[in-house]
Design a protein around this ligand. Structure first.
Ligand code: HEM
Length: 330
């Protein structure tokens, strides 16, 4: 049996107090809270579900917005933020930066009920990494066994996630300065910033959520599965239902495929129907960011390899591990 659920038996030592009763062995069972069987079954279900519904992008954004609240200067868990599942509570889910992500919670909560031993923090990070893999991206070396924040009082404060354009809440003079302030606070570096920006190879921005993007474009109008935005047509990528609400603007043409097209499109800015946020543009404008951006535009394998490293870091920011964790699933 591969389960990491372990029971350990502690025997109480001899009592220092004299007792008239005969000594009894006290058995304490300590169950580690990492259930590898449930994690594996959850991953299989998420892979199929996310792919068949085309909710890869929102799953990635949920995981990133849970972990991206991390502040390395705050010592205590869960006040330091990070991948602790606190985004499932109000007020955090209602923060401006999280607009639209209640939809992701509504997708994942019913699935979570079937896997009670899995923490929300693990669920959100697993959904994100699995969504990337299922969209043709790399298999990220994920580890599991995250502890959860327990209630609304353990939510991260508002304002820790990055803004996309002027005016920046922290008073930054440029998008690059803002990204550095936010990502350095998480303990991440310039390369992490650039490679993780490649997450925008998936998905769209909508006016009704972030305020960015158009109501629709030629790449989002017909809906995934029937347009140029559809996956490449491989047999294991079923047609996905047309989304409701605004269709938004994507960063890439095939916005359900994880590849390096984000870097190519941001570099060339060739099509007004594709989104380039100021924080996207700056990865080719800033002297320290540009070499990484150029590398990923030219070399998808290099992008995938570096993406795995930075995404794993992102997925473990601020994490407090359960006893017996972290565990891997392979
Ligand atoms: C670098 C700073 C970042 C900024 C300023 C930023 C900003 C945004 C904005 C404004 C949206 C549009 C939301 C909407 O209207 O629905 C968005 C969506 C998205 N972001 Fe980011 N983001 C950043 C970094 C990241 C990172 C690090 C990842 C993942 C590794 C990521 C993944 C996504 C995805 C997948 C979507 C699409 C969501 C959907 O289609 O539902 N972003 N981001």
């Amino acid at each position: 049996m591969q389960s990491a659920r372990v029971s350990r038996t502690h025997r109480a030592g001899p009592s220092s107090r004299p007792s008239s009763r005969p000594q009894r062995a006290v058995v304490v069972r300590v169950a580690a809270k990492v259930n590898v069987e449930q994690l594996k079954a959850l991953k299989a279900e998420l892979y199929n579900y996310i792919n068949s519904r085309g909710c890869n992008p929102i799953s990635v954004r949920l995981g990133w917005h849970d972990s991206g609240t991390y502040d390395k200067n705050v010592p205590d868990f869960p006040a330091r933020g990070g991948a602790n599942g606190s985004i499932r509570f109000k007020p955090e889910i209602d923060h401006d930066a999280n607009k639209g992500l209640a939809i992701a919670l509504a997708i994942l909560n019913p699935i979570k009920k079937k896997y009670p031993d899995v923490s929300y923090a693990d669920l959100f990070q697993m959904a994100s990494a699995t969504a990337i893999e299922a969209a043709g991206g790399p298999k990220i070396p994920m580890r599991y066994g995250r502890k959860d924040a327990k209630g609304p009082e353990e939510c991260s404060p508002d304002g820790r996630l990055p803004g996309a354009a002027h005016p920046f809440a922290d008073g930054s003079a440029s998008p690059a300065q803002h990204l550095r302030r936010v990502f350095y606070r998480m303990g991440l570096n310039d390369q992490d910033i650039v490679v993780l920006s490649g997450g925008h190879t998936l998905g769209r921005a909508r006016p009704e959520r972030s305020g960015f993007g158009a109501e629709k474009t030629k790449y989002t109008d017909v809906g995934p599965g029937t347009s140029t935005a559809s996956p490449s047509g491989s047999a294991d990528r079923p047609t996905t239902p047309k989304p409701v609400g605004q269709l938004g603007t994507s960063w890439t043409v095939n916005w359900l495929e994880f590849d390096n097209s984000y870097f190519k499109e941001i570099k060339s800015k060739r099509d007004a129907d594709l989104l380039v946020l100021p924080t996207d543009a700056c990865i080719f404008e800033d002297d320290q960011f540009r070499p990484y951006a150029e590398k990923y535009a030219a070399d998808q394998a290099a992008f995938f390899a570096d993406y795995c490293v930075s995404h794993q870091k992102l997925s473990e920011l601020g994490v407090e591990w359960e006893e017996g964790a972290p565990v891997t699933l392979d």
